[in-house]
Design a protein around this ligand. Structure first.
Ligand code: SDX
Length: 431
């Protein structure tokens, strides 16, 4: 077995540079190009950063070719089976599973930060009821920092931890308030006797008029969704959170930017688009086969939402778990959902069709998640809000890792300028 090289050589004309190779614990190799511009006067070009590592990280590993996803070494399948969301949040923050004592203290700390300042309610009430809840959540999370400006900390790490706990604790409350505002129902306070996911469902669906007990089956399904969405290394919204944090903007501002990035239909907003796509087929706008023909036609402007991925060139392991959970949940609740049948039909067509097979396009996390959100009576425009709720510990853990990283500096990519070269100003009468 030839020795693995420790450097890479780059030759440009008669000049050569030897660049160090960095190896990850899972065998990934990166060329460290930090000296490239200074010593060779050139930069790299990689639109969408598909070949560019932005950081060294110990939080999450995924192998797109094999469809592997692990949080700090623990396979997503095992965490989905055995863990719960706050335990996974701790795992992502510390890259270790908590002891019973650590977990109890963490759950207690989160529990006693779930309320939001009463003035925040007026903030919601000033926004249009029909406003998309992702816009409301992004604005509210950004505004959260205004309530803590007087709180001073000697230790920055203590301030960051306080922000992490407040965000994790208050996000379900903010999410539920954005929904209650849209339906004109009174906000429901969090309950300290309910665990995290049950509390989220309580605040979403309880009213002051009658007792509401979250269905344990629904609570477990929501907790599973949150675990599966908790982190996914350097995706678009996480890279956004890191970039905003790299300017030393506070965690609330960074997460608010992450919520906005997640909203896009190519990213987390796809879960809403998938259900809308399935509904359009169910309502007879076109058959599944007709839809798939359009999805293969570049000029149609139609994409098979919930399919394809920048990294996975195999079945997204989260989609596998969600597909199975759809069947189990519908069976346990004795409900059927015709949209699931349509999703299964689309998947069956795609997995046989050369257009999708050649491009290695498989279901991603957004393809089946909406079926479960619907079974939980979560409205379609709240799907991406619940994606954000799940992704929150991932955003926070990556933000905290950035601030611990000695190599970290403000994110500021370069460009290749292709505009006009130097020219003199022309007075308007001469134009
Ligand atoms: C998430 O990064 C993450 O980790 C994200 C995420 C996370 O947990 O954070 O996993 C969550 O965002 C999942 C992705 C949700 N988005 C969608 O489901 C939207 C539909 N998918 C695509 O638009 C697309 O697949 C992306 C955006 C997900 C990935 O885009 P890429 O990597 O830039 O790939 P591409 O657009 O260059 O596609 C490569 C080829 C193209 O065809 P050719 O030019 O080679 O002929 O595949 C085609 C694309 O036209 N293609 C699709 C398609 N996805 C890619 N064609 C039809 N339908 C699709 N869904």
């Amino acid at each position: 077995m030839p020795a693995t090289p420790s450097t890479a050589k780059l030759t440009i004309g008669d000049r050569e540079i030897e660049l160090p190779l960095i190896r990850g614990t899972e065998g990934e190799v990166a060329i460290d190009v930090r000296r490239l511009r200074a010593e060779m006067g050139v930069i790299t070009y990689d639109p969408g950063f598909g070949n560019t590592g932005s950081c060294l990280s110990k939080v999450t590993f995924l192998n797109g070719e094999e469809g592997v996803l692990r949080y700090a070494g623990y396979p997503i399948e095992q965490l989905a089976e055995n863990s719960h969301f706050l335990e996974v949040a701790w795992l992502l923050f510390y890259q270790e599973l908590p002891t019973a004592k650590q977990l109890a203290a963490f759950e207690h700390e989160v529990k006693y930060h779930t309320m939001v300042h009463e003035d925040l309610k007026r903030f919601f009430s000033s926004l249009p009821k029909a406003g998309h809840p992702m816009a409301i959540c992004a604005a509210t999370v950004g505004a959260l920092s205004t309530f803590y400006e007087e709180v001073k900390y000697d230790d920055p790490a203590e301030e960051r931890w306080a922000a992490a706990v407040r965000l994790l604790a208050k996000m379900p409350t903010i999410a539920a308030y954005s929904y209650k505002h849209s339906v004109g129902q009174p906000f429901m306070y969090p309950r300290n006797d309910l665990p995290y996911s049950a509390n989220a469902l309580h605040m979403m669906f309880a009213t002051p008029c009658e007792q509401y007990t979250p269905d344990p089956v629904a609570v477990k399904a929501l907790d599973l969704l949150l675990i599966l969405h908790a982190d996914h290394e350097q995706n678009c919204s996480t890279s956004t959170v890191r970039t905003v944090g790299s300017s030393l903007a506070n965690m609330f501002a960074s997460v608010s930017a992450g919520i906005s990035a997640l909203w896009g239909p190519l990213h987390g907003g796809a879960n809403q688009k998938v259900i809308e796509m399935l509904i359009s087929i169910h309502d007879g706008e076109r058959t599944a086969r007709e839809f798939m023909d359009l999805a293969k036609d570049k000029n149609s402007g139609v994409r098979l939402m919930g399919f394809g991925h920048r990294v996975y060139r195999n079945y997204d392991p989260r989609a596998k778990i969600l597909k199975k959970a759809c069947h189990e949940l519908l069976a346990r609740t004795g409900t059927a959902n015709p949209l699931l049948e349509i999703a299964l039909e689309l998947e069956a067509i795609a997995l046989q069709d050369s257009y999708f097979v050649e491009r290695k396009l498989y279901p991603n996390v957004d393809f089946y998640s909406g079926i479960i959100y619907q079974a939980l009576n979560i409205p379609i425009d709240m799907f991406t809000v619940f994606f954000a709720l799940g992704r929150l510990p991932g955003w926070i853990s990556q933000w905290l890792e950035f601030h611990r990283d000695p190599d970290s500096r403000i994110n500021r990519p370069r460009q290749v300028y292709q505009g006009h070269t130097m020219r003199d100003y022309k007075p308007i009468e001469a134009r």
